[in-house]
Write a protein that binds this ligand. Structure first.
Ligand code: AMP
Ligand code: MG
Length: 320
């Protein structure tokens, strides 16, 4: 089977996108699987390639506020303040949708998720296109998100023609999703911009990022971002007793565990930096998933700033 070409040519990506195809694109959060957001056929192809249920809406990526204004019917002052402070960056805003945006993009919802990503190659690509890009993370639905072009190649390479290679993602976890319920601001998904930073800009927000039963935003599904091996966030001793030290993988924040071989471990940040831990999180889960281990133990970070979003991903990886 043919496999995707990996390259750094935005002209090549543009050519495929203008032909209605979907391509892998780099962003600062994770790699996206992008298609023309204004073409229902291209958007349908994204769902098909990703095997994503059509009830799970996509984020629309653009490179300017002026363009985004065409896809929404209003931009509340608080949204504008967040946009001014955070874009380009790992913030997604849920705003009332304009009719220009196909219903398939928003899964029939009356809001559309919009964002200006902070990656030079993708900003150049968006500048060259006369349409925005709908893009979910470029992984099969439910699996660990890709943070390198090679991750996209390994999982979706036989289904897409081109992957724009922008190097390893600098943030490494998905965008923070913020919407409105009446006048109230709500965080629907913890992500690359900490809640503390958002509250610094707009004041108190409600965090509603955990929902297993009623996924208003399916990025909120309790089990998501999951490796194939079972992940546990407590009971390392019990796992070592049950499977033996050779058969347990460990994802730790900053220190190696004395209980399992070093080769079975992935340290997120020896320096104890949550920023570095976020950058390496999904690559670490992939690494451990690829080892001959029966189970993965993942250590949680201190529950603040980026640590909250990292812990959110680890807990969902552990949810079954
Ligand atoms: P992904 O790009 O894979 O991180 O997925 C995008 C996520 O954005 C979805 O899973 C939803 O959680 C969220 N999302 C996108 N559009 C909307 C919307 N209109 N309303 C609520 N959540 C949305
Ligand atoms: Mg995703």
């Amino acid at each position: 089977m043919k496999t995707a070409v990996i390259g750094t040519d935005t002209g090549e990506a543009k050519k495929w996108l203008e032909a209605g195809q979907v391509v892998g694109i780099p962003t600062e959060t994770v790699y996206g699987l992008a298609g023309n957001a204004l073409s229902p056929a291209a958007v349908a192809r994204i769902f098909e390639v990703k095997n994503r249920p059509t009830f799970d809406p996509l984020i629309v990526h653009s490179n300017s506020l002026e363009k985004i204004a065409q896809f929404v019917t209003e931009m509340p002052p608080a949204a504008r303040r967040l946009a001014d402070a955070c874009w380009p960056g790992p913030l997604t805003l849920l705003l009332k949708k304009a009719s220009l945006v196909p219903d398939l993009v928003t899964a029939g919802l009356d809001t559309v998720a919009v964002r200006i990503p902070n990656h030079p190659l993708t900003l150049r690509l968006l500048d060259a296109l006369d349409f925005p890009l709908a893009a979910p993370s470029a992984n099969p639905f439910g699996y660990v998100s890709p943070t390198q072009a090679e991750h996209v190649q390994a999982q979706l390479g036989d289904k897409i023609p081109y992957i724009l290679d922008g190097g390893p993602c600098q943030v490494g976890i998905e965008s923070t999703i913020v919407g409105f319920e009446g006048p109230e601001l709500v965080v629907y998904r913890l992500g690359g911009i900490p809640v503390e930073a958002i509250e610094h800009i707009v004041g108190p927000v409600r965090v509603m990022a955990h929902s297993s039963s009623n996924p208003k935003a399916p990025g909120m599904l309790k089990s998501h971002y999951a490796p194939l091996k079972p992940v546990y966030t407590d009971g390392l001793d019990g796992l070592v007793d049950r499977y033996g030290p050779e058969a347990v993988g460990v994802l730790s924040f900053k220190d190696l565990s004395p209980d399992v071989p070093a080769g079975n471990q992935f340290v997120l940040s020896a320096a104890g930096s949550a920023t570095e831990a976020a950058q390496r999180l999904f690559a670490g889960l992939r690494y451990l998933d690829g080892l001959a281990v029966a189970a993965i133990y993942a250590e949680l970070l201190p529950e603040r700033e980026l640590g909250r979003a990292i812990n959110d991903r680890i807990r969902r990886a552990a949810a079954r």
